[in-house]
Design a protein around this ligand. Structure first.
Ligand SMILES: *Cc1c(COP(=O)(O)O)cnc(C)c1O
Length: 371
């Protein structure tokens, strides 16, 4: 049996009738930007995230940079970011002209280590941009406590955490504002690009509404230098269908994760994901670590199991950020993760037969230092 890393068509096959109906409804409406579908999605997604406001935007990266712009964070300001994240987290910070200040993760959870934040706070620090990496919520209480003590904002990067909970509360409601991505492979994915901001701050929400639409509240009257970053009607209509299945699909991911955790326990030099009791992860990715990651990746590929590396190069070592003058060896934990992580197939459409065959394929791989 061969198992691809991800089958992006499977959600469409399952929801074909409803998605086709939503598509036709928008086509027939003759209204394609900022209309009823986006408004309805914004209300439904705010309710889902247990926040007062949601603003649909063009993508996840812009959700984050619009939040920073609306908070008036820019040149000369510093934003604390995880050293271990997808580069988009850092891009949002540098797009507004601010400086990313990286902090290492906790080894077991891959997420920002709250104990290391305070030592990098300076008078220039304006915000902490927290990522719930791989769908596991970061430890928000101590992060919010440091932020409160220093009078700085907390922004969540929820691009991998739709529906996750921290101590019973939804990801997206745990800081001053949150950015979501609806890139097709995310837990809530569009059929193209899309994103959203959630917040309980009415004033911030209004500023983002204006910024996403050319800086204008009234057509052709521009209050600020804005952007064109809008979730479109078609994506909103399709996302409404998928949102109605998000909890169920996250539950299916949990079953796959439970099967992996049980089936792979005690397999030699292999680190499995672990999460504290207060975390309700949504398993955007199921990431294991191995000292011979590249050999494992190759061997599984030969056995017909598609795996991926999230992420092979940490942001501080990307050529794009050569100008920030970081060195190999700065943030060694993040460097090590980049060398050791491997993502197994994960999603609501992975069958039990497929996950069993993946577990068996892993057990059959024999690497030099494996047993
Ligand atoms: C996907 C992702 C983003 C960016 O979202 P886009 O919609 O692709 O712009 C940001 N942060 C993280 C952690 C992501 O995984």
């Amino acid at each position: 049996m061969t198992v691809p890393f991800l089958d992006l068509k499977a959600p469409y096959v399952e929801l074909k009738e409803e998605l086709d109906a939503a598509y036709r409804r928008v086509m027939e409406s003759g209204w394609y930007i900022l209309g009823r579908e986006v408004e309805a999605f914004e209300q439904e997604f705010a309710a889902y995230c247990e926040t007062k406001h949601c603003i649909g935007v063009g993508n996840g990266l812009e959700a984050l940079s619009l939040i920073l712009r609306a908070m008036e964070i820019g040149p000369g300001d510093e934003v604390i970011v995880p050293a271990n994240t997808y580069i988009a987290t850092w891009l949002a910070v540098t797009h507004v002209g601010a400086t990313p200040v990286p902090v290492e993760p906790v080894e077991q959870t891959y997420n920002l280590d709250p104990a290391l934040i305070e030592q990098v706070v300076t008078p220039k620090t304006k915000a902490i941009l927290v990522v719930h990496l791989y769908g596991q919520p970061a430890d928000m209480d101590p992060i919010n406590a440091v932020a409160q003590k220093h009078g700085i904002k907390v922004i969540e990067d929820c691009a991998q955490a739709h529906g996750g909970r921290y101590k019973g509360r939804r990801a997206g409601s745990l800081g001053n504002a949150a950015g979501f991505s609806f890139y097709p492979g995310k837990n809530l994915g569009a059929i193209g690009d899309g994103g959203a901001v959630t917040t309980n701050d009415a004033e911030l929400a209004e500023r983002i509404r204006i910024l996403r639409n050319y800086g204008s509240r009234i057509k052709y009257h521009n209050e600020v230098v804005g952007y064109n970053s809008r979730l479109d009607e078609l994506q909103a209509a399709l996302l409404r269908v998928k949102l109605s299945r998000l909890d169920e699909w996250n539950e299916r991911r949990r079953l796959v994760a439970a099967q992996y955790l049980q089936g792979l326990r005690g397999q030699g030099q292999f680190s499995l994901p672990s999460f504290p009791d207060w975390a309700e992860p949504v398993w955007h990715l199921f990431v294991v670590r191995h000292g011979q990651r590249d050999a494992l990746h190759k061997a599984l590929g030969e056995a017909g199991v598609g795996t991926m590396i999230h992420y092979p190069v940490p942001p501080h070592l990307q050529p794009a950020y050569a100008g920030l003058k970081f060195n190999d060896g700065d943030f060694p934990m993040s460097g090590r993760m980049a060398r050791e992580v491997l993502s197994l197939p994960m999603g609501p459409h992975l069958t039990e037969a497929e996950s069993s065959s993946i577990i068996n394929a892993i057990k059959k791989v024999r690497l030099a230092s494996w047993m």
